[in-house]
Design a protein around this ligand. Sequence first.
Ligand code: 3HC
Length: 310
Amino acid sequence: EDAARAAQFQARIDADERIEPNDWMPAAYRKTLTRQISQHAHSEIVGMLPEGNWITRAPSLRRKVALLAKVQDECGHGLYLYAAAETLGSSREELVDLMLAGKAKYSSIFNYPTLTWADIGTIGWLVDGAAIMNQIPLCRCSYGPYARAMIRVCKEESFHQRQGFEIMLTLCRGTDEQKAMAQDALNRWWWPVLMMFGPPDQVSQHSDTSTKWKIKRFSNDELRQKFVDATVPQAQFLGLTIPDPGMKQNVDGNWEYSAIDWEEFKQVLAGNGPCNRDRLAARRKAHEDGGWVREAAMAYAEKRRQRSAL
Ligand code: 3HC
């Protein structure tokens, strides 16, 4: 590969220039962005499943409408992100096929079950809260299409986080059973949400290159810490206890949490989480059932093309 061009590319990155689809870029830059953006898209689409599970069982029409809107938003986020990934040269079909074959990842967090309505509040409050922490810096990512997709995603994500927190507030101000349901959900989701930010910095295999190329603006551990520091006061406001008895605030005001069980994270990434098989089976079924829609759309597009060619 032409070393001079790679040096020129790095100079553009260092000058905080945006890289656009038709610009020259190192193959490894293209590869790692295709990897991250497509997996981000897979996360949005698979993320619709745990929430969708409660649309028919929402406790009121208002909650049902808000949840419908949120799930629909996640689908749209997937669309933007697949479109951003396609600007790097891969087709959406091949990216989706990799995920369906278990060869591409989606966020670990979506391999956990949504057992009660409080899980829906906790997902909005914590999972979307964590996603916002991670996605705000991505608005300044060096790759143009990804950064621009993130700006739109972040606007919608803040509504998701607020409606989740409001569900938790309602439960925590409700009956003892409702508050206990909220605490139970926090107990089950807290640690998997901390794992969402990725492995510890010292074992993160992509952080160095992603940081050099200004794809990753903060390290996994830095974002995890920002999330914990922002969330502890919210849990205190709700009157909920974070399931980490060893947690304490240090002199800088940061909340120091106990060791994360990275063995659980490894197991979930290896496909052995509580819901991995269900999630992939659901996506494979949806893909098969939707085959006729894709064929019809391609046939229609071909007819339109032939008509316009006349
Ligand atoms: N779940 C699944 N895989 C994960 C993971 C997680 N939570 N965290 C890390 N990994 C994987 C990485 O993808 C990588 O594997 P790969 O080489 O096969 O891709 C491996 O673990 C090593 O991790 P690294 O830290 O080296 O990888 P990254 O530098 O890519 O950092 C990341 C991981 C911080 C998740 C980064 O990829 C990222 O910022 N991705 C975009 C954000 C994203 O995907 N968010 C999903 C959140 S859910 C969501 O957005 C939906 C919301 O609306 C609810």
